[in-house]
Design a protein around this ligand. Structure first.
Ligand SMILES: Nc1ncnc2c1ncn2[C@@H]1O[C@H](COP(=O)(O)OP(=O)(O)OP(=O)(O)O)[C@@H](O)[C@H]1O
Ligand SMILES: Nc1nc2c(ncn2[C@@H]2O[C@H](COP(=O)(O)O)[C@@H](O)[C@H]2O)c(=O)[nH]1
Length: 210
């Protein structure tokens, strides 16, 4: 029996979607209700939105600082998204994953691919779809955090983002927020029940088989 199955391995639980489909909303609710999962706080060069907190929602940095971090290989993955740079810093998750902690990633498909290539066994990829393109625009407008130019750029990119839907393990339509949240939570719970995620399972099974 492989020795690594004796230790619980942390999950890398990824939520992706076209911009505005609702992944941040679902992620926040999950983090509130599930104390066993932590957010991987990304680094970004985009300006802070009203209500966002530096260090909690993102680490907001200058382009020069982001470039330095790339140069010094401080990212698990990073990508250009909507004219800005976004990246997952290695520092916070490296130790946590080793210790068996679960991490939530709100990242795009480019980041998802990079994480999956590095660690297929521990990555769970969930993609959220909006119920319609019209509703996606309504949500971006309703959020009222971005200019019309920024919203249009995100809408222009939505179809391209959606085209990556088949690169995910699970796809959930975010129509009703409560139903969508329940489904995402069920996926997380089911993935936690996998053999290699359960601390002490092997010992327990051995006892049963004595
Ligand atoms: N099921 C839903 N029904 C109605 N409104 C929703 C639903 N889910 C999210 N919203 C609203 O849609 C807006 C966009 O949601 P959110 O910011 O979570 O999207 P996002 O996918 O994280 O976008 P981005 O990629 O730009 O960060 C928010 O105002 C949010 O309250
Ligand atoms: N590849 C990565 N993508 C990321 C990361 N952090 C966020 N994102 C994605 O960027 C867009 C835009 O986000 P917004 O907060 O400006 O609306 C969205 O799809 C995020 O999921 C990251 O570290 N790496």
């Amino acid at each position: 029996m492989a020795t690594d199955t004796l230790h619980r391995r942390g999950l890398m639980f990824i939520l992706s979607s076209p911009s505005g489909a609702g992944k941040t909303t679902i992620a926040r609710r999950l983090l509130e209700q599930d104390k066993e999962i932590r957010l991987s706080v990304s680094v970004t060069t985009r300006p802070m939105r009203p209500g966002e907190i530096d260090g909690k929602d993102y680490h907001f940095v200058s382009q020069a600082e982001f470039d330095r971090m790339v140069e010094e290989d401080e990212f698990y993955e990073w990508a250009h998204v909507f004219d800005h740079c976004y990246g997952t810093p290695k520092s916070q998750i490296r130790t946590g994953l080793k210790a068996g902690e679960d991490f939530l990633f709100d990242i795009d498909w480019q980041g998802t691919q990079q994480l999956y290539q590095k660690d297929q066994q521990d990555v769970v990829r969930v993609f959220l779809l909006p119920p319609s393109i019209e509703e996606l625009r309504r949500r971006l407008n309703g959020r009222a955090t971005d200019s019309e130019v920024v919203i249009q750029a995100r809408m222009d990119r939505a179809r391209a983002e959606i085209s990556h839907w088949d690169g995910y393990d699970y796809v959930v339509v975010n129509d009703n927020i409560d139903l969508c949240f329940d489904k995402v939570r069920q996926i997380l719970e089911a993935e936690r029940m996998r053999r290699q995620r359960q601390t002490g399972l092997i010992g327990f099974v051995r006892e049963l088989m004595k």
